[in-house]
Design a binder for this molecule. Structure first.
Ligand SMILES: C[S@@+](CC[C@H](N)C(=O)[O-])C[C@H]1O[C@@H](n2cnc3c(N)ncnc32)[C@H](O)[C@@H]1O
Length: 275
């Protein structure tokens, strides 16, 4: 299966890649530790929500609930926040972390393509780095439009084509040839929903679409977090030989020692859409 298809395969997403937050956490850990941004990602996204007291909010693809966990002290009183994800494991982690919060949270395992909420329910819907996993985007966007109130807003975060573009090139050629997980990543198909095409995908559903770009990059000075990142995306049927792991570790360690660190570009942003 191609990487793009695997990335939208609900069986793979639910049972493998996002069964729990371990893969996501390996990637987030690299960003947390080596990001050059002034403001961390989740607080930066939170600012764009422009939450006000009493708002009814839905997050689709909430993962382990980091957007709320990392901004819990900034949530205005009286908001009612519903967290949903395709993966029951992710919803369980979000609920374990936020279920006893003084804020009003609900949790539900749900596919964004078939939301079990009445029309005109939410003031705000959030899809943070998840629309690129959705096989039927028009269906998902229709669902979002249906559950949003007439004056509601939709917040969609994603990456662009240049996001981490150096990573596959850091993998020695012979490993890229032998291991499909490394060969295709970043070199093959683009994300289905990305910075470059997000506006044209959202405009049929919203009158106003604004893109906010996140100014960031990575300067990596330790090899193990980079290895953990790379291996969080290995395809389930692929066994990377120990010799290849050792070769990668050695190559990246040598680069860090020679150059002081490894620079990797980031290309992320948030669309804010409304009517
Ligand atoms: C890259 S993670 C982002 C998690 C979280 N929003 C964050 O930014 O930390 C993508 C999440 O979307 C979920 N997801 C994928 N396809 C989905 C779908 N069709 N409906 C709802 N959630 C989905 C995955 O299970 C995963 O938790």
């Amino acid at each position: 299966m191609s990487e793009a298809k695997l990335f939208q395969d609900s069986n793979y997403l639910q049972k493998n890649q996002y069964r729990d937050s371990s893969n996501l956490d390996a990637r987030a850990a690299l960003h947390r530790k080596f990001s050059t941004a002034v403001t961390d990602w989740q607080p930066w996204v939170f600012d764009l929500l422009k939450l006000e007291s009493g708002m009814r909010v839905l997050e689709c693809g909430c993962g382990p609930g980091w957007l709320w966990r990392q901004n819990v002290d900034r949530i205005p009183v009286g908001c009612h926040i519903t967290l949903t994800d395709l993966s029951a494991g992710m919803v369980a982690e979000a609920e374990a972390a936020l279920g006893s919060s003084t804020h009003r949270f609900d949790f539900q395992t749900a596919n964004i393509q078939a939301l079990d909420f009445p029309d005109d329910t939410f003031d705000l819907v959030v899809a943070n780095h998840m629309l690129y996993h959705v096989p039927d985007l028009p269906q998902a966007l229709s669902e979002i439009q249906r559950v949003l109130k007439a004056n509601g807003r939709f917040i969609a975060a994603t990456n662009g084509n240049n996001h981490m573009k150096e990573l596959p090139l850091l993998v020695p050629e012979e490993i890229r040839q032998a291991t499909t997980s490394f060969r295709v990543r970043g070199e093959g198909e683009a994300l289905a929903f990305r910075l470059e095409n997000g506006r044209s995908l959202l405009e049929p559903y919203f009158n106003q679409v604004d893109l906010h770009l996140y100014d960031d990059g990575l300067y990596i000075t330790e090899v193990e977090p980079l290895l953990a990142y790379a291996f969080s995306m290995i395809k389930p049927d692929e066994d990377v030989p120990e010799t290849a792991v050792a070769q990668l570790r050695q190559a990246w360690q040598a680069k860090i020692e020679a150059e002081g660190g490894i620079h990797i570009s980031k290309d992320s942003g948030v669309f804010v859409a409304s009517n």
